[in-house]
Ligand binder design. Structure first.
Ligand SMILES: C[S@@+](CC[C@H](N)C(=O)[O-])C[C@H]1O[C@@H](n2cnc3c(N)ncnc32)[C@H](O)[C@@H]1O
Length: 238
């Protein structure tokens, strides 16, 4: 799958993407990211690969609104969905279409926080992206990135809903999520898997990921598992 098909894939995926990110495992991931992101009043947040704005919807659910959000993404349709849901919800909310494989069009030392969820594995200039993230972060600024690890299993994501269920209503919603995933999301998951198998999308081991962060200039970082233990959750400070 080449760059062109990757772009089409995400444009098409935007049509059903909110069904996917509304599921419990995604919400738990968003909560994990928010917990370590530690947003303070008037912070400037860059969401690198904002998609339909799932992280920002989670911030709103927690009533965290007093910040300036800049969401960037390659997909126009993803950005349109984010705009529909989130315009006017924060102190400032802006969206910009750009390719994260290229240099970022921002001055250095600008953002307090950078979040990037489930997007890093798609990028082919991973080190350059991290160097750019380092450049645009303020001193003491923080990046929180979550990306699938090298042994990622999609089936574990589905199982998570059943493992976490402890009431009849949870089992019902887990079943509904399974059916929705099979009907609406599975074709896109298969295309993503093809991109992974062909090496276009890359799931990194923890050591490789940490090495990239160090090379980009981040001296200290913390790494844990998230997303049904199928993703790395890495937090680094400039
Ligand atoms: C799996 S989604 C994650 C979206 C969001 N962060 C979330 O967690 O719901 C990946 C996002 O990366 C975007 N994307 C893919 N390639 C990109 C690139 N080269 N530059 C910027 N965004 C890209 C896609 O359009 C899509 O919105």
């Amino acid at each position: 799958m080449n760059k062109f098909f990757s772009k089409i894939l995400w444009e098409m995926h935007s049509l059903v993407y909110d069904f996917k990110v509304g599921s419990r495992v995604h919400r738990d991931l968003q909560d994990d990211i928010i917990n370590v992101l530690d947003i303070k009043k008037a912070h400037k947040l860059l969401d690198a690969g904002i998609g339909t704005g799932a992280l920002e919807s989670a911030l709103l659910r927690k009533d965290v609104k007093d910040l300036s959000v800049l969401g960037v993404d390659l997909s126009e349709k993803m950005l349109n969905k984010a705009e529909e849901k989130l315009a006017n919800e924060f102190r400032e909310f802006k969206l910009l279409r750009l390719d994260l494989n290229n240099s970022l069009p921002f001055t250095g030392n600008y953002f307090d926080r950078i979040a990037s969820s489930n997007t890093f594995y798609i990028l082919h200039n991973k080190l350059d992206f991290l160097k750019e993230a380092y450049r645009v972060l303020k001193p003491q600024g923080k990046i929180v990135l979550s990306t699938p690890h090298e042994k990622f299993k999609g089936t574990e994501i589905m199982k998570y809903h059943y493992k976490k269920a402890n009431k009849f209503s949870h089992y019902v919603s887990a079943l509904v999520e399974t059916i929705v995933a099979l009907v609406l999301v599975l074709p896109f998951e298969l295309l993503i898997t093809i991109a992974e198998k062909s090496g276009q999308y890359e799931h990194l081991g923890g050591e490789s990921l940490q090495k990239l962060f160090k090379e980009a200039g981040f001296d200290s970082h913390e790494i844990t598992l998230a997303f049904a233990d199928q993703n790395w959750l890495i937090t680094a400070t400039k």
